[in-house]
Design a protein around this ligand. Structure first.
Ligand SMILES: [Zn+2]
Length: 266
Protein backbone atom coordinates (compact mmCIF):
# COMPACT_ATOMS: atom_id res chain seq x y z
CA UNK A 1 0.00 0.00 0.00
CA UNK A 2 1.14 3.53 -0.75
CA UNK A 3 1.71 6.22 1.85
CA UNK A 4 -0.67 9.17 2.03
CA UNK A 5 0.22 11.59 -0.73
CA UNK A 6 2.51 9.15 -2.51
CA UNK A 7 -0.09 7.81 -4.91
CA UNK A 8 -2.06 10.60 -6.50
CA UNK A 9 -5.19 8.76 -7.53
CA UNK A 10 -5.62 6.59 -4.47
CA UNK A 11 -6.03 9.64 -2.24
CA UNK A 12 -8.17 11.85 -4.46
CA UNK A 13 -11.29 10.74 -2.63
CA UNK A 14 -14.46 12.16 -4.09
CA UNK A 15 -17.77 12.02 -2.19
CA UNK A 16 -20.55 11.87 -4.78
CA UNK A 17 -23.46 12.33 -2.36
CA UNK A 18 -23.36 15.27 0.05
CA UNK A 19 -26.26 17.42 1.26
CA UNK A 20 -26.05 21.01 2.44
CA UNK A 21 -28.83 22.76 4.34
CA UNK A 22 -31.72 21.95 6.63
CA UNK A 23 -33.97 18.89 6.44
CA UNK A 24 -37.72 19.38 6.55
CA UNK A 25 -38.71 15.75 6.98
CA UNK A 26 -39.28 14.97 10.68
CA UNK A 27 -37.26 11.76 10.13
CA UNK A 28 -34.04 13.80 10.32
CA UNK A 29 -35.01 15.82 13.40
CA UNK A 30 -34.23 19.28 12.03
CA UNK A 31 -30.66 18.33 11.07
CA UNK A 32 -28.99 21.28 9.35
CA UNK A 33 -25.51 22.32 8.33
CA UNK A 34 -24.22 25.07 6.12
CA UNK A 35 -21.51 24.85 3.48
CA UNK A 36 -18.67 25.77 5.84
CA UNK A 37 -19.75 23.03 8.27
CA UNK A 38 -19.81 20.57 5.39
CA UNK A 39 -16.40 21.61 4.09
CA UNK A 40 -14.90 21.14 7.56
CA UNK A 41 -16.26 17.61 7.76
CA UNK A 42 -15.04 16.74 4.25
CA UNK A 43 -11.58 18.04 5.06
CA UNK A 44 -11.49 16.13 8.34
CA UNK A 45 -12.23 12.98 6.35
CA UNK A 46 -9.52 13.93 3.79
CA UNK A 47 -11.99 14.17 0.96
CA UNK A 48 -10.73 16.29 -1.93
CA UNK A 49 -13.92 16.72 -3.92
CA UNK A 50 -17.67 16.32 -3.61
CA UNK A 51 -20.94 16.57 -5.43
CA UNK A 52 -23.12 18.74 -3.20
CA UNK A 53 -26.88 19.03 -3.36
CA UNK A 54 -29.64 20.68 -1.33
CA UNK A 55 -31.82 18.86 1.19
CA UNK A 56 -35.55 18.23 0.81
CA UNK A 57 -35.96 22.01 1.14
CA UNK A 58 -34.76 22.04 -2.47
CA UNK A 59 -32.97 25.36 -1.98
CA UNK A 60 -30.99 25.28 -5.22
CA UNK A 61 -30.45 29.05 -5.37
CA UNK A 62 -29.23 29.23 -1.78
CA UNK A 63 -26.68 26.48 -2.29
CA UNK A 64 -25.44 27.94 -5.55
CA UNK A 65 -24.94 31.31 -3.81
CA UNK A 66 -23.02 29.63 -0.99
CA UNK A 67 -20.84 27.83 -3.55
CA UNK A 68 -20.03 31.08 -5.34
CA UNK A 69 -18.97 32.64 -2.03
CA UNK A 70 -16.92 29.57 -1.13
CA UNK A 71 -15.05 29.65 -4.44
CA UNK A 72 -14.42 33.38 -4.16
CA UNK A 73 -13.15 33.04 -0.61
CA UNK A 74 -10.95 29.97 -0.73
CA UNK A 75 -8.01 29.07 -2.87
CA UNK A 76 -7.82 25.64 -1.31
CA UNK A 77 -10.36 23.18 0.05
CA UNK A 78 -12.32 20.43 -1.65
CA UNK A 79 -13.44 20.88 -5.23
CA UNK A 80 -17.21 21.16 -5.14
CA UNK A 81 -19.68 20.34 -7.87
CA UNK A 82 -23.36 21.23 -7.75
CA UNK A 83 -26.33 18.92 -8.26
CA UNK A 84 -29.68 20.67 -8.70
CA UNK A 85 -32.58 19.24 -6.71
CA UNK A 86 -35.31 18.31 -9.22
CA UNK A 87 -38.83 18.65 -7.87
CA UNK A 88 -41.29 19.01 -10.75
CA UNK A 89 -43.74 20.91 -8.51
CA UNK A 90 -41.10 23.64 -7.99
CA UNK A 91 -42.53 26.50 -10.06
CA UNK A 92 -39.25 28.38 -10.51
CA UNK A 93 -37.15 25.35 -11.37
CA UNK A 94 -37.03 25.65 -15.17
CA UNK A 95 -36.04 29.29 -14.96
CA UNK A 96 -33.37 28.48 -12.38
CA UNK A 97 -31.92 25.75 -14.60
CA UNK A 98 -31.92 28.04 -17.65
CA UNK A 99 -30.18 30.81 -15.79
CA UNK A 100 -27.50 28.63 -14.24
CA UNK A 101 -26.71 26.09 -16.95
CA UNK A 102 -22.96 26.46 -16.60
CA UNK A 103 -23.07 25.94 -12.82
CA UNK A 104 -25.05 22.70 -12.85
CA UNK A 105 -23.08 19.48 -12.95
CA UNK A 106 -25.76 16.92 -12.12
CA UNK A 107 -29.40 16.46 -11.15
CA UNK A 108 -30.67 14.92 -7.94
CA UNK A 109 -34.09 13.26 -8.09
CA UNK A 110 -35.75 11.99 -4.94
CA UNK A 111 -38.90 10.13 -6.00
CA UNK A 112 -40.00 9.46 -2.41
CA UNK A 113 -39.94 13.09 -1.27
CA UNK A 114 -41.52 14.13 -4.58
CA UNK A 115 -44.04 11.29 -4.26
CA UNK A 116 -43.51 10.63 -7.96
CA UNK A 117 -41.58 7.75 -9.51
CA UNK A 118 -38.80 8.79 -11.88
CA UNK A 119 -40.83 7.24 -14.71
CA UNK A 120 -43.52 9.91 -14.25
CA UNK A 121 -43.96 12.19 -17.29
CA UNK A 122 -43.39 15.20 -15.00
CA UNK A 123 -39.65 14.41 -15.10
CA UNK A 124 -39.46 14.03 -18.87
CA UNK A 125 -38.28 17.57 -19.58
CA UNK A 126 -35.55 17.26 -16.93
CA UNK A 127 -34.32 13.97 -18.32
CA UNK A 128 -34.24 15.61 -21.75
CA UNK A 129 -32.06 18.37 -20.30
CA UNK A 130 -29.82 15.77 -18.69
CA UNK A 131 -29.49 14.07 -22.04
CA UNK A 132 -28.79 17.35 -23.85
CA UNK A 133 -26.13 18.43 -21.36
CA UNK A 134 -24.82 14.94 -20.50
CA UNK A 135 -25.61 15.48 -16.83
CA UNK A 136 -25.48 12.54 -14.46
CA UNK A 137 -28.74 11.95 -12.58
CA UNK A 138 -28.47 10.84 -8.96
CA UNK A 139 -31.73 9.04 -8.19
CA UNK A 140 -32.77 8.04 -4.69
CA UNK A 141 -33.70 4.35 -4.51
CA UNK A 142 -35.30 2.80 -1.46
CA UNK A 143 -37.71 0.27 -0.10
CA UNK A 144 -40.85 2.02 -1.37
CA UNK A 145 -40.87 -0.07 -4.54
CA UNK A 146 -43.82 1.56 -6.34
CA UNK A 147 -42.16 4.97 -6.14
CA UNK A 148 -38.44 4.55 -5.43
CA UNK A 149 -37.72 0.98 -6.56
CA UNK A 150 -34.51 0.33 -8.49
CA UNK A 151 -36.55 -1.41 -11.20
CA UNK A 152 -38.18 1.89 -12.12
CA UNK A 153 -34.81 3.68 -12.17
CA UNK A 154 -33.27 0.97 -14.36
CA UNK A 155 -36.20 1.08 -16.80
CA UNK A 156 -35.73 4.82 -17.13
CA UNK A 157 -31.97 4.30 -17.53
CA UNK A 158 -32.62 1.84 -20.37
CA UNK A 159 -34.83 4.46 -22.05
CA UNK A 160 -32.13 7.17 -21.70
CA UNK A 161 -28.90 5.42 -22.69
CA UNK A 162 -26.96 8.69 -22.96
CA UNK A 163 -27.76 9.77 -19.38
CA UNK A 164 -25.68 8.27 -16.55
CA UNK A 165 -27.90 7.28 -13.61
CA UNK A 166 -26.36 6.83 -10.17
CA UNK A 167 -28.74 4.71 -8.06
CA UNK A 168 -28.44 5.95 -4.50
CA UNK A 169 -28.02 3.50 -1.66
CA UNK A 170 -26.88 0.97 -4.28
CA UNK A 171 -30.45 0.55 -5.48
CA UNK A 172 -32.13 0.40 -2.08
CA UNK A 173 -30.99 0.01 1.46
CA UNK A 174 -31.26 -3.78 1.93
CA UNK A 175 -29.25 -6.80 0.83
CA UNK A 176 -32.00 -8.10 -1.45
CA UNK A 177 -32.43 -4.74 -3.18
CA UNK A 178 -28.70 -4.10 -3.61
CA UNK A 179 -28.05 -7.53 -5.10
CA UNK A 180 -31.20 -7.33 -7.21
CA UNK A 181 -30.08 -4.01 -8.66
CA UNK A 182 -26.54 -5.26 -9.26
CA UNK A 183 -27.74 -8.42 -11.02
CA UNK A 184 -30.17 -6.45 -13.18
CA UNK A 185 -27.45 -4.00 -14.26
CA UNK A 186 -25.18 -6.89 -15.17
CA UNK A 187 -27.81 -9.00 -16.96
CA UNK A 188 -29.16 -6.06 -18.95
CA UNK A 189 -25.72 -4.66 -19.74
CA UNK A 190 -26.77 -1.20 -18.57
CA UNK A 191 -23.52 0.71 -19.03
CA UNK A 192 -25.17 3.99 -17.97
CA UNK A 193 -26.27 2.65 -14.55
CA UNK A 194 -24.07 3.10 -11.48
CA UNK A 195 -24.47 2.21 -7.81
CA UNK A 196 -23.79 4.86 -5.15
CA UNK A 197 -22.48 3.39 -1.89
CA UNK A 198 -24.02 5.96 0.51
CA UNK A 199 -25.55 4.48 3.66
CA UNK A 200 -24.64 0.86 2.85
CA UNK A 201 -22.91 -0.31 6.01
CA UNK A 202 -22.32 -3.96 5.06
CA UNK A 203 -18.87 -4.13 3.49
CA UNK A 204 -19.54 -7.68 2.26
CA UNK A 205 -22.61 -6.47 0.41
CA UNK A 206 -20.62 -3.77 -1.38
CA UNK A 207 -18.06 -6.44 -2.21
CA UNK A 208 -20.69 -8.76 -3.70
CA UNK A 209 -22.19 -5.95 -5.72
CA UNK A 210 -18.68 -5.06 -6.97
CA UNK A 211 -18.21 -8.67 -8.08
CA UNK A 212 -21.43 -8.45 -10.07
CA UNK A 213 -21.11 -5.06 -11.76
CA UNK A 214 -17.35 -4.39 -11.66
CA UNK A 215 -15.43 -1.51 -10.06
CA UNK A 216 -16.26 0.88 -12.90
CA UNK A 217 -19.95 0.91 -11.93
CA UNK A 218 -19.65 1.69 -8.20
CA UNK A 219 -19.43 5.29 -6.95
CA UNK A 220 -18.47 6.25 -3.42
CA UNK A 221 -20.88 8.51 -1.55
CA UNK A 222 -21.56 9.18 2.13
CA UNK A 223 -24.94 10.95 2.36
CA UNK A 224 -23.37 13.59 4.57
CA UNK A 225 -24.85 15.81 6.28
CA UNK A 226 -26.73 12.81 7.60
CA UNK A 227 -23.80 10.36 7.71
CA UNK A 228 -20.14 11.05 8.36
CA UNK A 229 -17.99 10.30 5.29
CA UNK A 230 -15.36 8.54 7.43
CA UNK A 231 -17.90 5.82 8.33
CA UNK A 232 -18.49 4.98 4.70
CA UNK A 233 -14.85 5.28 3.67
CA UNK A 234 -14.25 2.64 6.33
CA UNK A 235 -16.74 0.35 4.56
CA UNK A 236 -14.79 0.64 1.29
CA UNK A 237 -11.48 0.20 3.08
CA UNK A 238 -12.77 -2.96 4.75
CA UNK A 239 -12.85 -4.52 1.28
CA UNK A 240 -9.47 -5.69 0.07
CA UNK A 241 -9.72 -3.92 -3.28
CA UNK A 242 -6.75 -3.72 -5.62
CA UNK A 243 -5.48 -0.09 -5.52
CA UNK A 244 -6.69 0.60 -9.04
CA UNK A 245 -10.24 -0.55 -8.28
CA UNK A 246 -10.25 1.37 -5.01
CA UNK A 247 -9.24 4.53 -6.84
CA UNK A 248 -12.08 4.02 -9.32
CA UNK A 249 -14.71 3.57 -6.63
CA UNK A 250 -13.39 6.37 -4.44
CA UNK A 251 -13.22 9.03 -7.10
CA UNK A 252 -12.31 8.25 -10.68
CA UNK A 253 -15.78 7.00 -11.61
CA UNK A 254 -17.56 10.04 -10.20
CA UNK A 255 -15.06 12.48 -11.67
CA UNK A 256 -15.40 10.76 -15.04
CA UNK A 257 -19.17 11.19 -14.99
CA UNK A 258 -18.94 14.85 -14.02
CA UNK A 259 -16.20 15.56 -16.55
CA UNK A 260 -18.38 14.42 -19.43
CA UNK A 261 -21.04 17.06 -18.69
CA UNK A 262 -21.13 19.42 -21.65
CA UNK A 263 -22.05 22.65 -19.95
CA UNK A 264 -20.28 22.68 -16.63
CA UNK A 265 -17.73 25.41 -16.17
CA UNK A 266 -15.74 23.75 -13.42
ZN1 LIG B 1 -29.16 11.66 0.21
Amino acid sequence: MADAGATFDAFQVFDAHVHVGRWRTPDFAGRASDLSDVVRVLQAARITGALVMPTDEGDNAGLLRALAEYRARTGSGPELYFAAWIRPADAGLEEFLDQNVSQIHAFKIHPSFNRLPISDPAYRRYLQRASRDRLPVVVHCGRWQEVAGYEIALRVAADHPDVPFVLSHMGGDSAALVLGAARAIRERGLVNAFLGTESIREYWLVERALDLVGPERVVFGSDHNLNHPASFLAVIDAIALPPQDRARVLGQNARGLLASAKTASR
